[in-house]
Design a protein around this ligand. Structure first.
Ligand code: EPZ
Length: 430
């Protein structure tokens, strides 16, 4: 098992390049199987969840060629098997996008029920209701979602709850249904728009992505395309929080500042300087920050995927802050770990009440999930002394070269796998 070992206390200073959006790439790579022509996709982050998905796509017969670390060529004409199941795909969430993609194209899909980060119960009832509304029969048997249809026919779908996954999945299946589908109460996240743009570049007819009503007119055929994925809003936000927590000065490059507005607004409110450029955001944190209230909400609200990183920053701010998690029911598992580093946080139902302290102190902690893991690394970078973050497997699901990017900003961080290496690092930095 690998760990990150961190010596905190250095302000992070410098420039960092943000990669492509993981959650957009997972959907776009799935959608790419929907044409029989060759699709080229650029700016794919080279992270574990993406590699698991690409392997699964290859296993069902598609041609997947890794042109370089961030570019893939794919041809779905060779797919002969509609059963997607292996021990790795069962652990990722985005496997569900292959249901929409295969059902749309072949009117048939058998995909392992999705896993993913353990942040509460994560049903996919809205995805399945959407497929059924389009005319599919959906069963769950032996751990597989089995969906099939004679024909898919466009319809009017109202999502009871705003869901990124369900919006994208229904959009993919409807792109090849007969006639018009309207999705109401749709998610508006930047990656919903990116997937719609990608499908449209293959010849789909999707309008309104980015608003809460998406209109799709099904087409018979999708064709080849070349497409570059948008920058990762959450990776960018994570580095913005790293600047805030370590009293640093970071230029976060290759981003779309509009996608970061809710994050920038909170950082400004608590006393950071945030400067926007065309494709970069600079965050400077020169003094002790102020407390605030944050509630996670669907886009354009404050993202749930930034909640743990924000809490780490507020843990060091003056006064009492609250962080309300309104999307997932169990996304405070990092609080016990952060408490080991000295944080003063009480969780009541879905609200974390945070009394800011002056300094975290290094400790041995576990990454409970992807974003919480990144948040604990940030806490370690701000802390006095040495922090060891275990279970970094989670972090590697979604952050490419995390430790190298941080080291480029002056962080003292190493990936290690033995106690001996931890001791060696400790001796080196002390
Ligand atoms: C996506 O998850 C992301 N995952 C998550 O990113 C992200 O936290 C989340 O969207 C919210 O932005 C991927 O893109 C692979 P939802 P998803 O459907 O699609 C409920 C990360 O760290 N719901 O928008 O699973 C659900 O329980 C991860 O990168 C239903 O009730 O999220 C939740 O309360 C973690 N029924 C809410 O909707 C459904 O059928 C929003 O979930 C579907 C969802």
């Amino acid at each position: 098992m690998e760990q990150y070992v961190v010596k905190g206390g250095n302000p992070l200073v410098g420039e960092v390049e943000i990669g492509g959006a993981k959650n957009a790439a997972l959907a776009i790579l799935s959608a790419a199987v929907m044409t029989d022509e060759t699709v080229t996709i650029e700016n794919i982050p080279n992270v574990r969840d993406i590699n698991v998905l690409l392997n699964a796509i290859q296993e069902i017969g598609a041609m997947v060629e890794r042109v370089d670390a961030h570019t893939v060529k794919m041809n779905g004409s060779f797919i002969r098997d509609f059963n997607v199941d292996n021990e790795y795909i069962r652990k990722i969430r985005a496997s569900y996008y292959l249901i929409g993609a295969l059902l749309g194209k072949y009117k048939k899909a058998e995909v392992a029920l999705p896993g993913g980060c353990n942040i509460g119960s994560r049903p996919i009832n809205l995805h399945l209701k959407g497929f059924q509304a389009l005319g599919a029969t959906v069963d769950i048997r032996h751990g597989l979602v089995i969906a099939s249809a004679e024909r898919l026919v466009g319809t009017h779908i109202y999502l009871d709850k705003i869901s990124v996954g369900a919006t994208i999945n229904i959009m993919m299946a409807a792109a090849k249904a007969e006639g018009k589908t309207i999705i109401e109460n749709a998610a508006k996240e930047p990656h919903v728009v990116d997937v719609a743009n990608f499908l449209n570049s293959m010849g789909a007819n999707i309008r309104g992505a980015g608003t809460d009503v998406i209109r799709i007119v099904g087409v018979e055929r999708l064709h080849k395309t070349e497409y570059s994925i948008i920058p990762d809003q959450i990776e960018a936000g994570t580095f913005m929080m790293a600047a805030a927590a370590t009293k640093g000065d970071i230029m976060v490059k290759n981003v779309i500042p509009k996608h970061l507005e809710s994050i920038s607004a909170k950082l400004l409110e608590i006393g950071c300087e945030v400067e926007e450029f065309d494709d970069a955001v600079r965050v400077v944190s020169a003094r002790r920050l102020r407390h605030t209230q944050v509630t996670t909400l669907p886009y354009p609200g404050f993202p749930t995927d930034m909640q743990p990183q924000m809490a780490v920053v507020l843990g060091l701010a003056r006064g009492t802050s609250t962080v309300t998690e309104s999307i997932f029911e169990n996304r405070f598992k990092y609080v016990d770990e952060l408490t080991r580093m000295g944080a003063s946080i009480k969780v009541e139902s879905n609200i974390a009440i945070i009394d800011g302290i002056k300094n975290y102190t290094g400790a041995r902690v576990n990454a409970p999930d992807l974003r919480a893991g990144a948040a604990l690394v940030i806490a370690g970078l701000a802390a006095e002394g040495i922090t060891v973050v275990d279970d970094i497997y989670y972090i590697e699901r979604g952050y490419e070269e995390f430790e190298h990017k941080l080291a480029g900003l002056g962080a003292l961080i190493e990936k290690v796998s033995t106690e001996k290496e931890i001791q060696k690092f400790t001796l080196k930095v002390s």
